[in-house]
Every structure is written in C-alpha cells, then in structure tokens.
Ligand binder design. Sequence first.
Ligand code: G2I
Length: 459
Amino acid sequence: MKHRRVLRAAVTVAVTGALAAGMTMALTTSANAGTTLRASAAEKGRYFGAAVATGKLSTGAYTTILNREFNSVVAENEMKWDATEPQQGRFSYTGGDRLVSHAQANGMSVRGHALLWYQQEPGWAQNMSGSALRSAMINHVTQVATHFRGKIYAWDVVNEAFADGGGGGRRDSNLQRTGNDWIEAAFRAARVADPGAKLCYNDYNTDGINAKSTGIYNMVRDFKSRGVPIDCVGFQSHLGTSLAGDYQANLQRFADLGVDVQITELDVMTGGNQANIYGAVTRACMNVSRCTGITTWGVRDCDSWRGSDNALLFDCNGNKKAAYTSVLNALNAGPGIPTDPPTDPPTDPPTDPPTDPPTDPPTVGCAASVSLNSWNGGFVATVKVTAGSAGTSGWNVGFTLPSGASVTNTWSATASGSTGTVRFANVNYNGRLGAGQVTEFGFQGTGSASGVTPTCTAS
Ligand code: G2I
C-alpha cells in the first residue's frame, strides 16, 4: 500500500483534547512501572511487538534493541505468499523459521503475517483465477499454517481485503473474484491447520468509525453469528499527523463483537504530534480490555518502509525518541487486563421466567440443520442447533456419515467418532440455550457428506 493513501484518509481531528475527551484515563501508575516496552506491556497482560526483517537479526545494534524492548515479533515479509510458496507446491520457510527460532530463544510470541493478501502474490498465483486459484489459496493457507502450527500466537489469515473510499465493500482482486466466501473459507482452513492460533483479519485506514471499518465490522459480526472461526481483528494504524477521535471507540465496538483487537503495524508520521499520537494509540489499547497487544512496523526509523517519515520509536542510532517515552508512560499508566478473561457477549440475555405458568408444557428438545460446503474429496459442515421451547442445558447432534467420509476437525463442539455414526456434544460455552435460541458448530471432513441429516437431543 502507498503511504499517501493513509495520510489522505486520516481524519483531521487533532489528537489533543479530542482523544482525552472520549477516554477513561487510568488514574494510577503501577508502583512497579516497567522500564522497557516489553516489561511494561507484560505487566499489563499485553505484548509489545515489532516487525522484523530477518536479515537484520545478525546486526547487533538492531537485535540488542529488539531483544531488550519487544516480546513479540512479526515477519515484515518472510511469511508472505511470495516468500513461502515461490513456486506452486514448493514451500520455503527459511526466513520464517529463523524468526520463530529467534522468538523462542528470547521469550517472544510470534504474529504470523499474512496467509492471504492480494499483494505479494507469487507470479504463478497472479496468473490464476477461479476454482484453480481457490484451491491453491486454500492449500497455501493449510500448508503454511500447518508448518508453523503451535508456534504462532495470531495469524493474519486475510490482509487488506476491503476497499478504500466510501463504499465499505470488498476490494477487487483475483482472490475476491473466486467468490465472496473466500475469506471465510480461508479462516476455516486456518482453524483446521492450527487450532491453537488466534485467527485475525487485518487492514489499514480502519483507525476510526468509517465506511471501511464498518464494512469489516459487519463481516466480523456476520462471521460470529454463523460460527466462522475468527478470533481477532488487526488495526494496522499507519498514521499521519492526526488521529481519529473515535480510535478507541472503534476498537471497542469490535471487541464488543467478541473478538480480540490488536494494533498490528503501528507507525506515525514524524512531527510535533508524533509522541502524542503514539501515546494516544497506546492508551486506547490499554483502555480496551480485549486489546491484547501493539506491534510497531519496524524497530528504528531507518528500518521503516516509510523512509524519511522517521515513523518509529527509535532513531537510526538506536536512541529512544520522545515517542518511546510517551508509549512507555502510557503502558505503565494503563489498566491491566482483568484476571478473568472477558467472555464473549451472551447471544441473548436469559429472560426472567414468566410469572404465569406457560399454557403448553415445555418441550425439552432441539432441532439441528446442516449446510455443506463441499469440494471434490472434502467438505465443511456448518450445523445450526435450535433449542426447543424448554431451552437446553446441553445438546448432542448425531450424523451417520456415508462410507468413505471421515471427520478431521471440529469447532465449537466435541466430536466422538470420526466415521459412520458420529456425535457432537456442546462445549462449555454453548450448551445452555434459551427457548428457541440458536447456536452453530462445524466440522470438516474428507470424502463426501452429501445427503446427511442430523438428529438433535437436548438435556
Ligand atoms: O506497506 C506497508 C505494510 C502494509 N500492510 C501490510 C504489510 O505487509 C506492509 O509491509 C510492507 C513491508 O514493510 C515492505 O518491506 O510490505 C511491502 C510489500 O510486501 C514490503 O515491501 C517489499 C517490496 O515491495 C519488495 O520489492 C521487496 O522485495 O519488500 C520486499 C522485501 O524487501
């Protein structure tokens, strides 16, 4: 992306005042205030990360700062599609593996960036379209997420899929032209490949409540309601000389959908407001309990893709800038993440029992329906469970799979059996349903499941 686009779209609200007005500022400073970004973030249950060019890991001046100040890393380029699958089906993980080893040796978590992005597609993929491209995309997600399985805290599964400008719709690309469901297909494949990684959607020019961020918000809300596995949204935050006054409110509205939020590529135009903006972004994250961490897009000004913008926290000699102090102070002043992890918002608040006994005796029970997304040799089943008039305290859905079909992965339910008769029981957060309330779970399998019908029993 071009830096100018970011600046053009920056909302012209001065940071001073506007932000303070909309924020609950933390009043206390920890007695144990950390003296590095990583220690201060960790004290507050968060990470502080940097994008790393792995070639620089052998530069002492660079690595000294990285190891001292950051406890999370993301590959600036080495985990992108062109780097990891330069020829179709030939995978290359040298740079990514090197970064993971460095992280593991230095107590850092790793963000994965990015499984699918319309930029940095390898040449062979740029020339593809339709179902051939769809298969290649999903295979890429599966292979790369499987290779790094267990080592990635959060993956940017899809990067920059929404258009700039007022429409709030998707960006045109060969990926988008494979069908509007390409994003959810990618998330489902990523969940199967690495069930332990948080799966994020990541984009820029989403720094306030605007048409683009609202388009993404609507997609996330839709995914959550249909059980598409999404866990987090990344806000790149390549910023100019002002910050949207509703930056924090925007993070909060996503968090309220039941996803984590992360600041994923922070850098800020140099100038009088740089330190203020860095501080304001950090405070916004601290004030949103589901904001789990901040990543700056590089370490020193001279490492930045923004060149002469001097957009980072350390100057080219490795000295801490005013912006650094501003971030550190905001980390130390900010509230910690509550000990009890926030739970997803309840789908429907349980209603008070009616004063008059219902005329019809309540029926314990549930109904289930399935929708299949099938391809040659495999399928994803999305199952909707609807509680009967008595509600449920638990449910169990059974299928008899045709011979040759086998369940390979399940989400939002616990499977028993993988072939023939298979059963799916609720997990702890979705067993209790009010009358008529709906929840979804899913499973993926090999072979064909066409024609299967679910049976539902409730307790
Ligand atoms: O454009 C800034 C960022 C916007 N969000 C997604 C990020 O992935 C993106 O990062 C930048 C990297 O900072 C650049 O370093 O993405 C660019 C495109 O992938 C990166 O630039 C590329 C150059 O375009 C290539 O010519 C070069 O071979 O860096 C490559 C490796 O140095």
